[in-house]
Design a protein around this ligand. Structure first.
Ligand code: ZN
Length: 414
């Protein structure tokens, strides 16, 4: 008995038509009409499979197959259905539809499990609509208070609370946080979103740690002056200082001994922003990531020191504010070994690796023993219409996840 890649492909292709734009990309922002339609399609499948469906107060969907022991903690698995603007159809949906195909196979074969299995669809994993990602899992794990989450607003000024009106039936806010005694484990299947598996020619990645992430806002303040009348030696130009800071940040990451550290400046604004005025103020954002706490800590210190040194050399004032900091998340050795065991049993090659991107698993790891399975991304592309994983490679991920779920939930022998 094996799960069917053909049925999974059919479901993935049906889902890919929802929110598809003219470029072939996916526009399924959290709680947008297209996202709600995708959620309905998935709830339809859950319904066909006879799962009991519960939607919590932040819109997370939980489809549950009961276990033989109804009071046993649940084995949870799942991912997200929202996308970045002009994104792909594999980032998220694969981790929702693959476990549903696994449950369909169990149903067809009449397989009973000791533990309940729950497939979760997390609300708003991508931060593109509400400015903060992994919303549903942050709230479910208790890391983000639901009342705080409700106040988040999108670019149109719509609050998350208002946007949730698109989801008609929801649970109570006081029930949204998952009790850790109710969960045995969590596992998420996801595309790698990088090219390491493809380059190594290995079909499965077993994630050992999810990179940490720190975001800073830097404000450098100088003095606006006339671009014609002010000699070069009389200026306090924060943009020239910022340029040196950005080069220093890039150098710190490139030359770090870890070989894993990444640091990015992806946004910068200049005031007053005129050709003929020496800038008065520059604001830019830094995103720093690494799978090691020690490397993250060291990099942040080096970056801050470089910024201060450069600011004083240019005589500009500088302020560095920390906007977000998620420390690297080591995943459960038990789940890592379970996934490795399934790969061995199935004769599938697997590689241990880290995830450079944050996932809902980062938060689920705070509640229960958690793990992630990666399948290759063609050309390492993701968050793009070019995002793709060949079906024969998805089939390998499906076989692995199916076996992992049977192992974790305890197949009842008949
Ligand atoms: Zn994702």
């Amino acid at each position: 008995m094996r799960p069917s890649i053909d049925r999974l492909k059919r479901d993935m292709e049906e889902l890919s038509l929802i929110g598809r734009n003219d470029e072939g990309g996916i526009d399924r922002a959290a709680l947008s009409p297209a996202n709600v339609e995708a959620r309905s399609m998935v709830m339809g499948i859950m319904d066909e499979l006879g799962l009991s469906i519960m939607v919590d107060a932040v819109g997370n969907i939980r489809g549950r197959k009961p276990g033989r022991n109804p009071s046993a903690p649940a084995v949870m698995t799942g991912s997200h259905l929202d996308s970045v603007p002009n994104g792909g159809n594999f980032d998220g949906p694969l981790g929702v539809l693959t476990p549903l195909e696994a449950l369909r196979t169990m149903k067809d074969a009449g397989i009973e499990m000791e533990h309940p299995i729950e497939v979760v669809v997390f609300t708003g994993e991508e931060g593109s609509r509400f400015g903060k990602g992994t919303l549903g899992s942050s709230v479910m794990s208790g890391g983000l208070d639901i009342e705080e989450a409700y106040k988040l607003v999108d670019a149109q000024g719509i609050t998350l609370q208002k946007a949730l009106d698109a989801v008609e039936v929801r649970g109570k806010p006081q029930d949204v946080v998952l009790e850790s005694e109710a969960v045995k484990s969590f596992v998420e299947l996801h595309i790698e979103q990088g090219a390491k598996l493809e380059e190594a020619g290995i079909p499965i990645g077993i994630v050992e740690v999810i990179s940490g992430l720190a975001c800073f806002r830097v404000t450098a303040t100088g003095r606006a002056d006339h671009a014609g009348a002010t000699p070069m030696n009389m200026r306090l130009d924060p943009l020239v200082a910022a340029a040196e800071m950005i080069l220093a940040i890039n150098r710190i990451a490139r030359e770090d001994a870890s070989g894993t550290l990444v640091a990015t400046v992806g946004k910068l604004t200049v005031q007053p922003g005129a050709f003929n005025v020496v800038p008065a103020e520059v604001v830019f954002g830094i995103d720093v990531r690494d799978p090691s706490r020690e490397v993250m800590g060291r990099a942040i210190n080096e970056i801050k020191a470089a910024i201060n040194r450069i600011a004083s050399a240019h005589g500009v004032k500088v302020e560095v504010e920390e906007l977000e900091k998620v420390m690297p998340t080591p995943l459960s050795p038990t789940i890592i070994e379970t996934i490795a065991g399934s790969c061995d049993k199935l004769g599938i090659k697997a590689m241990r690796m880290y995830s450079g991107a944050i996932h809902d698993t980062s938060h689920m790891a705070e509640v229960t023993q958690a793990g992630m399975v990666f399948v290759p991304s063609a050309g390492g592309k993701s968050h793009s219409p070019l995002e793709f994983t060949p079906w024969e490679k998805i089939a390998v991920g499906l076989d692995v996840l199916f076996d992992v779920l049977l192992t974790l939930a305890g197949q009842v022998s008949r």
